[in-house]
Design a protein. Structure first.
Lengths: 169, 175
């Protein structure tokens, strides 16, 4: 989603391709991809699980709106579709939903939240504006909380690992 | 051979550059001092949180509270590693730190499972808010990512203790 053009040190922050706008666009791409998966997954569910996915959709839309506003304020950049684990997890969620496997779709969404967390964590040090860093960190934290809600809805351990699975290298 | 004019030019350039370099160094030193202070506060808060959860888990026998205690201990370890990388050490908080921490004290003092879970919800909300504020002042890349991962963990803990307290997992804020 974002590329680094140098090795950063404490006071020599690496520049991201596309600058601040490019990094925000990458984070926005992750949010839009999640939003694109919520409706089909919700359609494969009923009751409280469908309502939960609807709530996650609304929260992600709010986060995407904040990212889009931040992006507009700093410039323009193409919003990329996510790749890697996030794309794979969301494709799995859509396939499961299309097959009527709501349970499988929820498992894949929980995995996708973790993958989106990694995208956001990776974007964080590439941002220069403290307000943007807080925005993206809050989206990562919000996604982690949403992952716990999904895990609990699936009857899985809500706190499977420390650091929300986002232990930096 | 350098001419007198060239030498004067070099000297003048050095005079102009030196104050700017000194100012930049001073700004960096101040930023580093702020980061150390913020990080030290976060470490003490994680120590206090771990102790508060330990007390609450012992009082209630709740495995969820014990699990959060273990995670908070790991957060403190990770944050200590970060501050040690800045050649600063922070001693382990002495016993009783939870009672002295305004955010952790109600959890440490909670008696009964329902009261402990309610106190845990309030405590986790405070931790997420404190970590969010810290993100706004940190500049070091590794620190930012570590603190963001700890914030994400507290957002998970908040959702888990909200559920345990009989509430919806997600509150009104971002986390």
């Amino acid at each position: 989603v974002v590329a680094v053009t140098g090795c950063g040190t404490r006071h020599d922050r690496p520049a991201a391709v596309g600058g601040e706008a490019g990094v925000l666009a990458g984070a926005l791409g992750a949010s839009r991809a999640l939003i694109g998966a919520y409706a089909p997954v919700a359609a494969a569910l009923h009751g409280s699980r469908a309502r939960l996915v609807g709530e996650l959709d609304a929260r992600e839309r709010a986060g995407a709106g904040a990212l889009a506003a931040a992006l507009r304020a700093v410039g323009r950049a193409p919003v990329p579709a996510p790749a890697g684990a996030l794309a794979a997890d969301l494709a799995r969620a859509r396939r499961a939903a299309a097959a009527g496997d709501g349970q499988g779709a929820l498992h894949a969404l929980a995995d996708a939240q973790l993958a989106a967390g990694w995208v956001r964590l990776g974007a964080l040090p590439l941002l220069t504006d403290p307000a943007h860093r807080r925005l993206v960190a809050n989206l990562a934290a919000g996604g982690a909380g949403q992952q716990t809600a999904l895990l609990a809805a699936l009857g899985r351990e809500p706190l499977p690992v420390a650091f929300a699975g986002l232990t930096p290298a | 051979m350098r001419t007198r004019r060239a030498l004067l030019g070099s000297a003048l350039a050095a005079l102009l550059v030196a104050p700017a370099t000194a100012r930049a160094a001073a700004v960096q030193r101040r930023a580093a001092a702020v980061e150390v202070r913020v990080l030290r506060d976060l470490i003490h808060a994680e120590d206090a949180a771990a102790e508060a959860y330990a007390l609450a888990a012992q009082a209630t026998g709740d495995p969820l509270l014990a699990r959060v205690r273990d995670h908070d201990r790991l957060h403190a370890v990770a944050l200590r590693a970060q501050i040690e990388a800045l050649t600063v050490s922070v001693a382990l908080s002495p016993p009783g730190s939870a009672a002295r921490d305004p955010d952790a004290a109600p959890l440490a003092a909670a008696r009964g499972l329902a009261a402990a879970r309610r106190a845990a919800v309030v405590h986790e909300q405070a931790r997420v808010a404190a970590l969010d504020a810290a993100i706004g002042v940190l500049t070091d890349d590794g620190l930012l990512q570590t603190v963001a991962s700890v914030m994400a963990a507290h957002a998970q803990q908040l959702a888990a203790v909200r559920l345990a307290a009989g509430r919806a997992p997600l509150g009104t804020g971002a986390a």
